[in-house]
Write a protein that binds this ligand. Structure first.
Ligand code: NAD
Length: 456
């Protein structure tokens, strides 16, 4: 059996793992990253990147359809080809970054044998890796519903990104981030989409004022939303699928060609990874317990990303990756989660950072709120994107920005300015007095900040 040694062993090469490996190598440590699937993990291959490529293509398709007679089938085939090209370019970028940093990449499935040894298995071959430190970054996978198990016409988000044709009809079970993003994308390509959601609204974590413009656009795209529905079972045959659910104590059914189940993700901390064998502490739902430097209960082993508490977001994983690698290098880095942006890539986009108004009130923090609409912004009107608003929450008295929510065009990009404001301890006045170029969507942020500042 061959043997490798590493100062830092990273298990998993998603946005957490590859960032951790690159940072560790840059800090002068001999670094090995082990990956059982494709380099870049879920985000690069079957998550963020392919979904955003298809979402962007669905928007382009919708615009083009207004001017020409493109058919959905030829356009969707082109969109899938475009997606694959984007994914392979991005995955190539991950490989290049790792190579450039001098990281050794090992393909295979890693299991922890003891506190300083892992075995990597691939096609019956085994390789031992002894390590001084390890960073676990094994990510998550879609949750399967017992009532509607994956298989046949019931797809997870992974298969949903690789359909070769636009289905005539599609049921989405779970109207969260993935359900809304993929449901709207397929609706824009012409599928008849129904979202079946257990909660009282789609995107249940967000205020209804923020989700209302998205619900309106979903309706315009032909999406039907059924809320407060409890899914019972699904029957499938060669032609399609029937989903049975209960709403207000009444049993109902809907039929479609496929169902996509997007009811959340679970951490990859079970299976052969070996956490129990070496005694790493986990909490509810298999999440690994970590401290502010991302150390597990075994201090030289770290865990980052979807396998730890907090939102399952690529950028949270890559942020923790830097902290963990720096902690291993002896730096005093520690996580500070006060400004993690959340983004839904719907149309219009939704983004949030820091505290919401309700969270501030629940914590007894007195706040002022400034809100400004896209409808009075010239650039937004020119882009036919007059729907939406920026809401900025600042502490009463000091004016320090505590949070912001945006629904509207480019919310995913606009939110970074407000994440920086929170990170820097800026006030609403600082944001309002920053000269924003005209005509841009950023002026909506400046206006909202100005309104908050006037109430100080
Ligand atoms: P989610 O937690 O966002 O949404 C799951 C939805 O399913 C919720 O609305 C929930 O009420 C509903 N639900 C749960 N059980 C149900 C049931 N039995 N029947 C019907 N509805 C049910 O989960 P997701 O959309 O699967 O995404 C998983 C994670 O991936 C997210 O939490 C997010 O962190 C991440 N993600 C992020 C982005 C992004 O940043 N844009 C995009 C996709 C995914």
């Amino acid at each position: 059996m061959s043997q490798l040694t590493a100062d830092t062993l990273v298990i998993g090469s998603g946005p957490g793992g590859y960032e951790a490996a690159v940072r560790s190598a840059q800090l002068g440590m001999k670094t090995v990253v082990v990956e059982r699937g494709e380099l870049g993990g879920v985000c690069t291959n079957v998550g963020c990147i392919p979904s955003k490529a298809l979402i962007a293509e669905s928007h382009r398709y919708q615009s083009v359809r207004q001017w020409s007679s493109h058919t959905a089938s030829s356009s969707f085939a082109q969109a899938q080809a475009f997606k694959s090209a984007v994914v392979s370019r991005q995955a190539g970028g991950v490989r290049f970054l790792l190579q450039n940093a001098g990281v050794t990449v090992v393909q295979g499935e890693a299991s922890l044998l003891d506190e300083h040894t892992a075995v990597v298995t691939r096609e019956g071959e085994e390789q031992l890796i002894s390590f001084r430190h390890a960073i676990l970054a094994t990510g998550s996978r879609p949750i399967e519903l017992q009532a509607v198990p994956f298989g046949g016409r019931v797809l997870s988000s992974t298969e949903a990104l690789s359909l070769t044709e636009v289905p005539a009809s599609l049921i989405i079970v779970g109207g969260g981030y993935i359900g809304v993003e993929l449901g709207q994308m397929y609706a824009k390509f012409g599928a008849k989409v129904t979202i079946v959601e257990a909660g009282g609204q789609v995107l249940p974590g967000f205020e209804t004022g923020l989700t209302a413009p998205i619900v309106r656009q979903l309706s315009e795209d032909g999406v039907t939303i059924i809320t407060e529905a409890s899914v019972l079972s699904a029957d499938q045959d060669q032609k399609g699928l029937t989903l049975h659910y209960v709403k207000h104590n009444e049993q109902q059914l809907i039929q479609a060609q496929y169902a996509i189940v997007t009811v959340g993700r679970r951490p990859n901390t079970d299976g052969s990874l070996g956490l129990e064998r070496i005694g790493i502490q986990t909490a509810a739902r298999g999440m690994i317990v970590t401290d502010e430097q991302c150390r597990t209960s075994i201090p030289h082993i770290f865990a980052i990303g979807d396998i730890t508490h907090g939102p399952a977001l690529a950028h949270k994983a890559s942020y923790e990756a830097k902290v963990a690698a720096e902690a291993i290098a002896g730096k005093p880095s520690a996580v500070d989660y006060k400004a993690i942006p959340l983004v839904v890539f719907s149309e219009p986009e939704l983004a949030s950072v820091g505290l919401t108004e309700a969270e501030c009130r629940a914590q007894g923090i007195a706040v002022v709120v400034g809100k400004s609409s896209f409808a009075i912004n010239g650039r937004a009107l020119a882009l036919k994107a007059g729907e939406g608003f920026v809401k900025l929450i600042a502490e009463q008295g000091s004016g320090i920005v505590l949070g912001a929510q945006i629904v509207g065009a480019e919310a995913s990009t606009l939110i970074s300015e407000l994440a920086l404001a929170i990170e820097m301890g800026a006030t609403a006045e600082d944001v309002a007095m920053t000269i924003h170029p005209h005509p841009t969507l950023g002026e909506v942020t400046m206006e909202a900040a100005g309104k908050a500042a006037k109430q100080m």
